[in-house]
Write a protein that binds this ligand. Structure first.
Ligand code: BGC
Length: 747
């Protein structure tokens, strides 16, 4: 018996030693930070809290500043953003090394969905529900970015987003708190790798703290007015999950939250993040957001804005220059204690030490390593796999897809067929010396796939926008010659993204008219919809026999689309965000409350909670997506029907692949708390599993229900599980519930 225990004891001992090592290391870093801090003048301290944009690219309104070099030499700058490449980062770092204390610069960059190798936009990737794949793309992005001089990515964006008018829905994980939290965790782990200081790890920056995704009317940067309960229950958990994953930094946000700009919001940054959650990293402002508090009407001038932001807990000023211009005066005027500045500077220096920059400021500036990392064929494979997993099959009438590889003639039509850079979507990085050649267009992808016996025909058909139908006739002629037509339509890549809100989210221009004409030829038409948000496309949805929502898939877009079209990959993705039928339904999301007068169908509109002129149902619901095969759900079993707070229920369900193709299914578990002291949502995702089943194969999978899954924030904002009845729903989407049961939480 003693023997058996030995390995366990040994393991424990090793863990204790490892923990002691980490703590000792932290301690020694803290000591080093203190010793640097002691040497610093107030101006140098404030310098660490100041971040500038490089001159090359800008991701916000530019402030021209031709004295950057001089300021860096004077120790007045702690970080630069939008500086990429080993050569450029090295040359700036050399300037920093001429400063009195030689404190290295931090280089931050929006590495949102890949660096050189571009992965699907985050919203697309979220539709894979594949946490390993998501972590892996972040890992690869970090490997490339760190090899190219970057220390810090401004990602992941973990804002819950329920309004597709908001252009930045593309950048997050969609509408759901549970899925969003899992993805936030995976992305941070991916970016930061095993630990900061490793040569291929970059710091994550969780953004935008907080509630940025709930901008009124879906208009970017707009106000957010939200109950505390909604904030805690729906919007904050992904941030907490990212923190639990070890996120090094946070970014605050442009919006005001209930009248207080997030940047100057003490409740968010100090009370919640730094005190309650014990966050030890640092908070960077969003671009210029400290100065923008003047526009908000919450600060009279830069001096007041700096006072408000620094007091609230913003440690670094991105681009507004308010800290640089006002912090010293604020200290002199005794408006803030130096201790406040010291706290911010310590947090920043701590990360510079953890990254190993004090040992070697050029650690990430190895050009030979950069070349290898940016040309790694393994990364291309990861991109192709992630892209195939992100494509959502919305419709496949009469099993039109997958297409046969022996199809004689295929007409590939549409304004996006031959587009190259469009496939990257918004938020790509211009890597020095790299042009767009490596991005696989949809045309190229199809060419790579089909053999010599297939003829590929092309017509553009129309532009993305505008009313010009001159090229319709040619497209129709081309379609007539083909056995099958593939039509690639959608948005332009820069129609979604930051500052890309839209009040009309229909498929732009005459693209759906083109579809109408192509359908009139009687040829089978497969539609690919490229977009950074859920679009409204009722005509296409109701009339096209097959639809793949391809979002923006990144550098392997063409190959991935071809893989799915021809069945080399059986689509498995499910929507991470609800697709409305019309803009009038927005915001629309599955986990809504019931009303006192619920409407349950579109026929009865008699004094109930419905629209008089529109359905109450979305076009495609959260969690929806079909496959080339079919899955049957059976044999729901629960280990018990009553549980106490300290107990759990084991739920088992059998999934069978009843179709002809091997495939993956995302099995979703939803719960509904039937009666609560606060109204509870109609259903809430509480778990899921993505499983791979061969044709004909069956597997029983298990879920655990425990108190945590039954808890919510009550009126006093306590996290509680209230005794009572719960409904358990297992399904293939939030609507397509296949199996149900009930259980009770007892005292
Ligand atoms: C965006 C941030 C981004 C920053 C730097 C801002 O406009 O809101 O998400 O990280 O610019 O590019």
């Amino acid at each position: 018996m003693c023997r058996k225990k030995q390995p366990a004891v040994l393991l424990l001992l090793l863990l204790v030693i490892a923990f002691a090592n980490v703590t000792a290391q932290q301690k020694s870093i803290a000591q080093k930070v203190d010793s640097v801090l002691k040497l610093m003048t107030l101006e140098e301290k404030i310098g660490q809290m100041n971040q500038y944009n490089d001159d090359h690219t800008a991701t916000g309104p530019v402030t021209l500043d031709n004295k950057k070099q001089e300021q860096i030499k004077n120790g007045q700058v702690g970080s630069l953003l939008n500086t990429v490449g080993t050569e450029r980062t090295r040359s700036w770092q050399q300037i920093a090394m001429q400063s009195r204390l030689k404190i290295p610069l931090l280089f931050g960059q929006d590495v949102i969905h890949g660096y050189k190798t571009t992965f699907p936009i985050p919203l697309a990737e979220a539709c894979s529900w594949d946490l390993n794949a998501i972590q892996l793309t972040a890992r690869v992005a970090a490997t490339e970015a760190s090899a190219s001089g970057i220390h810090w990515t401004f990602a992941p964006m973990v804002d819950i987003a329920r309004d597709p008018r908001w252009g930045r829905v593309m950048e997050g994980a969609g509408e759901d708190t549970y899925l969003g939290s899992k993805i936030a965790y995976a992305r941070v782990k991916g970016f930061q790798g095993n630990k900061l200081g490793d040569i291929n790890a970059v710091m994550a920056c969780v953004k935008h703290f907080a509630a940025y995704g709930a901008a009124i009317g879906g208009r970017d940067y707009n106000s957010v007015d939200m109950s505390d309960r909604m904030l805690w229950e729906t919007y904050l958990p992904p941030f907490k999950a990212a923190l639990d994953a070890g996120a090094a930094t946070f970014m605050n946000s442009f919006n005001d939250l209930n009248g207080v700009p997030a940047t100057g919001n003490k409740y968010l940054q100090r009370d919640i993040l730094k005190d309650k959650w014990n966050f030890k990293g640092f908070v960077v402002s969003d671009w210029g957001s400290i100065g923008e508090m003047i526009n908000h009407g919450n600060a009279k001038n830069e001096y007041e804005a700096a006072l408000s932001a620094v007091t609230a807990g913003s440690d670094m000023d991105m681009e507004s220059r308010c800290y640089k211009n006002s912090l010293a005066q604020l200290v002199k005027d005794k408006k803030i204690p130096v201790a406040l500045i010291d706290d911010a500077v310590k947090r920043i220096l701590q990360k510079k030490f953890e990254l190993g920059l004090f040992n070697d400021p050029y650690k990430f500036c190895n050009t030979a390593r950069e070349q290898v990392a940016l040309n790694n064929p393994e990364h291309v494979k990861v991109a192709r796999e992630a892209a195939t997993k992100s494509i959502v099959l919305l419709k496949n009438q009469n099993n039109l897809l997958p297409l046969s590889k022996n199809t004689k003639t295929i007409a590939f039509i549409g304004p996006l067929v031959k587009a190259v850079k469009q496939n990257k979507g918004f938020w790509d990085v211009e890597v020095p010396g790299v042009d767009s050649n490596f991005i696989v267009s949809q045309w190229e992808g199809l060419q790579n796939k089909v053999g010599t016996s297939t003829t590929l025909l092309y017509a553009k058909g129309c532009d993305i926008e505008g009313n010009n139908k001159d090229d319709f006739a040619e497209a129709v002629e081309v379609a007539k010659q083909a056995d099958v037509v593939i039509l690639s339509i959608g948005e332009r890549r820069d129609m979604s993204g930051e500052a890309k809100s839209r009040s009309n989210i229909n498929i732009p221009g005459v693209q759906e008219d083109l579809l109408k004409e192509l359908l009139a030829t009687g040829k089978p038409v497969v539609v690919l919809i490229n977009a950074g948000r859920p679009l409204v496309f009722n005509y296409t949805a109701d009339n096209a026999p097959a639809i793949l929502y391809t979002w923006w898939l990144g550098s392997e877009a063409g190959n991935a689309i071809a893989d799915v079209l021809f069945g080399d990959y059986n689509p498995s993705a499910k929507l991470a965000i609800t697709f409305p039928r019309s803009v009038g339904q927005i915001p629309i999301y599955y986990s809504h409350f019931n009303t006192g007068r619920p409407a349950t169908n579109d026929e009865n509109r008699n004094y109930n909670s419905s629209y008089n002129d529109e359905s109450i149902f979305p076009k495609y619901e959260f969690g929806y997506g079909v496959s080339y095969t079919s899955f049957q759900y059976s044999n729901l079993q629960m280990s018990k029907k009553k549980l106490k707070a300290n107990e759990q229920i084991e739920v088992a369900v059998t999934i069978t692949n009843t179709g002809k193709y091997d495939g993956e299914e995302i099995v979703q578990l939803y719960l509904r708390d039937k009666v609560g002291s606060i109204v509870r949502p109609m259903k809430e995702l509480k778990d899921f599993q993505k499983i791979n089943l061969k044709a004909g194969e069956s597997r029983t999978i298990k879920f655990i229900i425990n108190k945590e899954k039954l808890s919510f924030f009550n009126q006093q904002l306590q996290w509680v599980a209230e005794p009572g009845d719960f409904e358990l729903m297992i399904g293939a989407s939030s609507k397509d519930i296949r199996l149900k049961d009930f259980f009770e939480l007892i005292n």
